[in-house]
Design a protein around this ligand. Structure first.
Ligand SMILES: [Fe+2]
Ligand SMILES: [Fe+2]
Length: 187
């Protein structure tokens, strides 16, 4: 049953990524959402996190802002609401739904929050790790989406990478240290 729920939700999120209304471009599916899912599954044992919860939370963590650009600013608030709607629709258990919502609520580096669960910490690390591993996606956001000039975009991407780095637990920093140092050198 869980595989069916995952597949159905995957289809919905991928479709939202492909829609013209998605301001991040279709590539966010392959260049952000899928890498965050992979990282979340990879990090789950280190964080003693439930792999099923982190996978669903990773799949849905940015869904609100992809679906509706007006929800971007507070997508850590709208994300759990959107996640609940979908999970409920497919009959996912209530207690597990709360765990997915909690993890989404605490995933952002720019919004300081205390992690409420191992799954929340795991997702936040997986998300930040993906930013560091996919610098071209951040450059795209700066130059194409935000329409920034060269220096402004460079400063913005650097600050975003530094925030992501700060969010990583020490042992996760070690996994992406070489990417991080190379990116900072380039910028
Ligand atoms: Fe996000
Ligand atoms: Fe994200």
């Amino acid at each position: 049953m869980i595989e069916t729920i995952k597949n159905r939700i995957e289809e919905i999120v991928e479709q939202a990524c492909a829609a013209d209304t998605n301001i991040f471009g279709h590539d966010i599916w392959t260049h952000h959402i899928l890498p965050v899912i992979q990282n979340a599954k990879r990090l789950a044992p280190r964080f003693d996190a439930d792999p099923e919860i982190v996978e669903l939370a990773a799949l849905l963590h940015d869904y609100a802002s992809i679906k509706d650009k007006a929800l971007y600013e507070d997508h850590h608030v709208h994300g759990p609401i959107e996640a609940e709607k979908l999970l409920k629709r497919f009959g996912y258990p209530g207690k597990k739904t709360e765990a997915v919502k909690d993890a989404i609520a605490t995933h952002r580096a720019s919004v300081r929050v205390e992690y409420r669960s191992a799954e929340g910490a795991c997702l936040a690390n997986a998300d930040a790790m993906s930013h560091i591993e996919h610098v071209p996606s951040l450059l795209y956001l700066a130059y194409i989406h935000h329409g920034m000039g060269i220096d402004e975009g460079k400063t913005w991407v650097k600050a975003k990478l530094q925030r992501s780095w700060q969010k990583l637990r020490k042992d996760v920093q070690d996994i992406v240290r070489s990417n991080y140092e190379a990116a900072l050198k380039l910028l």
